[in-house]
Design a protein around this ligand. Sequence first.
Ligand code: BDR
Ligand code: CA
Length: 316
Amino acid sequence: MKRLPQKPAVWLDSDPGVDDAWAIIVAASTCEVRGLSTVAGNVPLPDTYANARRIARELSQNAWPILPGADQPLLSPLMTATAYHGQTGLGDWSPNDRDSEPLDFRARVWQWWHAHAQEMASVHLVVTGPPTNLAIGALAFPELRSLWASVTLMGGALPGAQVDKAQEFNVYVDPHAADIVMHWIQRLQLIGLNVAHKALIPVSDLSRLTEYGRVGTMLRHMLTFYLHKARGEGGQADAFPIDDVVALAAVVHPEFFHWREMPLAVVREGPLRGTVVLSPSDIRRPPVRVATDIDVRAFRAWLWESMDAYRPQRNT
Ligand code: BDR
Ligand code: CA
């Protein structure tokens, strides 16, 4: 196996979700994971929170802090994506929940970030769900606006880019939070559908999952369900997108991408709700690094290389 570059410290804020789950799995082998938090999105908060804990348990990552966040978008009613991710968010995978502790909703993640601000300063935050937790954190604790080594949001698209889907889920579900994030967060980078729906995975690649033991089996069960809806998105009939893994790649391998900097805003109401647009210069927003292109071959090679960590050990 080729040596991976030094592992970045990351915090994953997500709504697992099948592609979020795969991002967590890849992060566990390519990054130093400092914690997970979840938000209402693909499925309601009790499910995203339980799912993060289930995935961590399956990966034997018992020391990761796992915190719940917001149970609804800032101002809009929650919309879920169960057609993609299944009723409880992880497709056809049925985790063994015996012996699991009850869910604890007393501490929310923005309080945890505030209490651990010093430690978070060296951390790359990766947001792959509606950005509600970060928006609440930025409003409640101003130091969180410029704290992180970087913040990557899977959301929207490069303004003006032609994409196959008018609305990207994370930004559409909580456009008010996304706009707050674009107003306040420093060192923000955006992975939109313009790159995520280029970095497609051929369905035939999934035969490789048999090589990765329990983790491969878990992913196979999740993806079998997800493919019913995701297959064909991005414009290739025999391939499917895994947007949230692309967002993680942007932290571990920013050189896979081309970038442009621009201030951004989000349309919050009306028929264009959830559209990411250029912010007028008199509003004075910080520049966001927006991915404009991706090296798809390099991304796929990295994805499968990262899965090597899950090959069962052979006793020779
Ligand atoms: C986003 O929508 C969700 O369903 C996925 O998990 C991903 O974060 C892509 O638009
Ligand atoms: Ca997600």
